[in-house]
Design a protein around this ligand. Structure first.
Ligand code: A2H
Length: 253
């Protein structure tokens, strides 16, 4: 981690009622899986959300109506950034694990699919962001490979209780064109680097480095309100919009 704080955008992915038994105590509230991202302009390409199966999460009270599902560490940071019913003190309403969240249907801002599902990712860090990640397999090498692993290894799905219909209808959605990389840059770079799974940490770091900078400086938006604009111009506009509509909040760490 650098010396400068990272400016994240937290995307509020709403859990669609009716809630499963584990969340039944939250009936009547708005419950969100809160995902920290550095790329708000890519939210048009969301196909699913990621949680760490063995990760510890909680449903934390943000205000009278809203509840965010995040790690305890994430909740503490949020509370210090004034997102908590009790100032600087997160209140956990329900303790959860990633397993409890797998399969939850979500409505996520700007997503082109009306409903997306929560799926397992084994490389999520619990000491970064909220421990919830939104998946954009067109542009994020980690997301592309985690989805690839689930599709390639049906035994993995079964182990986590993942159903076909949570994955198979959700194709990669092109949202940004990058010269030389095309409109599915994560797939291209992972293929070029011959990455085999989500666990190839060093190669994935290289894949991220390659797509991130080039996407930001040379990418053009293909979809959404800012289609045709450069990524670097669209990014702050999309962010501002999401914050104004209340579909996202600011977060730094
Ligand atoms: B990004 P940095 Cl399209 N564990 O969002 C692992 N990864 C996490 C995380 C956690 N606890 N919290 C957030 N992240 C991911 C979009 C995206 C992201 C795209 C392309 C690249 C990219 C969609 N996923 O990140 O270490 C989130 O994924 C490339 C690094 O703080 C978040 O932004 O730089 C990014 O990692 C933050 O990672």
């Amino acid at each position: 981690e650098g010396v400068q704080p990272q400016e994240y955008t937290i995307i509020k992915m709403e859990v669609v009622p009716l809630f499963p038994a584990k969340l039944s105590a939250l009936e009547g509230r708005k419950v969100y899986l809160a995902a920290a991202t550095l790329r708000p302009e890519t939210m048009y390409g969301q196909t699913n959300a990621w949680v760490l199966p063995e990760g510890k999460y909680g449903a934390f009270e943000i205000n009278e109506t809203d509840v965010y599902v995040v790690t305890e560490r994430g909740a503490l940071n949020l509370a210090y950034q004034n997102y908590s019913r009790v100032p600087e003190k997160p209140t956990c309403l329900v303790e959860l694990t990633g397993h409890d969240l797998i399969g939850l249907p979500l409505k996520s801002p700007l997503a082109q699919n009306e409903i997306i599902y929560t799926l397992p990712m084994l490389t999520i860090l619990t000491d970064k962001g909220t421990g919830i990640v939104t998946s954009v397999p067109s542009d994020a090498p980690d997301d592309y490979m985690a989805l690839h692993d689930l599709k390639a290894k049906p035994a993995l799905w079964a182990k986590f209780g993942v159903k076909d219909e949570w994955i198979l209808p959700f194709e990669i959605i092109p949202i940004i064109d990058i010269p030389d990389f095309g409109d599915k840059p994560a797939e291209k770079v992972c293929t070029d680097l011959k990455i085999k799974s989500q666990n190839e940490k060093d190669k994935l770091a290289e894949a991220k480095r390659l797509t991130y900078l080039k996407g930001f400086t040379e990418g053009t938006m293909l979809v959404g309100e800012f289609a045709g604009e450069k990524v670097q111009d669209a990014k702050p506009k999309v962010r501002r919009k999401l914050l104004e509509t209340g579909e996202a909040i600011m977060y730094s760490e």
